[in-house]
Design a protein around this ligand. Structure first.
Ligand code: SAM
Length: 278
């Protein structure tokens, strides 16, 4: 895709608005509309849903989402310097773009959805808050959540932790929480040269969709158990889970106390969490 929307090339947008990337805001911009188009297409169809983008920056992904058919796109940007560039996009797509000038960590997807029954989230997330945003979206009290899919850019290492299976090195707390409530997969990698400025590491696009009926369990307890178990991942569970009941808890749950955290499946973690709750 070239600049078919009549808007200036993104490099010119950065210059016109003095958008020097700020590291503190995780600003690694995507200036290639072919690439942002490819990311946007992973969430098709866009026309029937409300789409939410976190951290639109100068608007490369925003423009792609609109061009690929989003009829109502809500963007949440913390850096006020980006607002004029986003206003120009809004003018090119009248009535389709809502700009929220806020910290995404303090916004609620259900509120952004408004009257819409569900939303699709598509974002090149700021690295410094990406994991926390995902945890917030996974940790909602009611399931299924308001989001029908999350299509997100993460550092490759974080993406691997999200999708990891038991028995692998990246398997941890994030894998269990994501694996409990969602199906998550890595769609493709994006190399550092695609960003301005280039980050040090490769990134990946991850897509998560909610499981309609996850195994029963309490999120708070599962978080407590996984935090303790993976906090000392090389130790046997009877040791790492000592503060929660150690050996007695594991025997009650029917799990061998000599096992280590990384060998447990998501459903075994839930069995332990549920034993703790009963
Ligand atoms: N989407 C743009 C792109 O792909 O070129 C920019 C992506 S850049 C990795 C991350 C963006 O998130 C920046 O525009 C940054 O200002 C914004 N941002 C950082 N922290 C944020 C927060 N807490 N809430 C909302 N936006 C934030």
């Amino acid at each position: 895709m070239s600049e078919t929307d009549g808007l200036p090339p993104l490099r010119a947008v950065l210059e016109a608005h003095g958008l020097d990337p700020k590291r503190a805001l995780g600003q690694n911009f995507l200036l290639d509309l072919n690439l942002t188009g490819r990311i946007a297409r992973q969430a098709l169809p866009l026309s029937g849903s409300t789409v939410v983008e976190i951290g639109p920056g100068p608007g490369g992904l925003t423009r792609a989402l609109l061009s690929e058919g989003a009829q109502r796109l809500v963007v949440v940007e913390k850096d006020p310097r980006c607002l004029p560039a986003l206003e120009a996009i809004s003018a090119a797509y009248p009535g389709r773009l809502e700009i929220v000038s806020a910290d995404a960590l303090r916004t609620d997807l259900a509120e952004l959805a408004g009257e819409a029954a569900s939303v699709k989230v598509v974002a090149n997330l700021p690295y410094n808050v990406g994991t926390q945003l995902l945890l917030n979206w996974l940790a909602v009290p009611h399931w299924p959540p308001v989001w029908e899919s999350l299509t997100l850019m993460f550092q490759r290492e974080v993406a691997e932790r999200i999708v990891a299976a038991p028995g692998t090195d990246p398997y941890g707390r994030l894998s269990v929480l994501a694996g409990w409530r969602t199906r998550a997969r890595i769609l493709f990698d994006v190399s550092p040269q695609n960003f301005t400025p280039p980050p040090k590491v490769t990134s990946s696009i991850v897509q998560l969709t909610p499981i309609a009926e996850p195994l029963p369990g309490r999120l708070e307890t599962l978080e407590k158990v996984t935090a303790a178990a993976f906090g000392q991942r090389r130790k046997m569970l009877r040791q790492s889970l000592k503060p929660l009941g150690g050996e007695a808890l594991l025997v009650r749950a029917g799990i061998d106390p000599q096992r280590r955290a990384e060998t447990l499946s998501v459903s075994e973690f839930l069995t332990i969490a549920n034993s703790l709750d009963t």
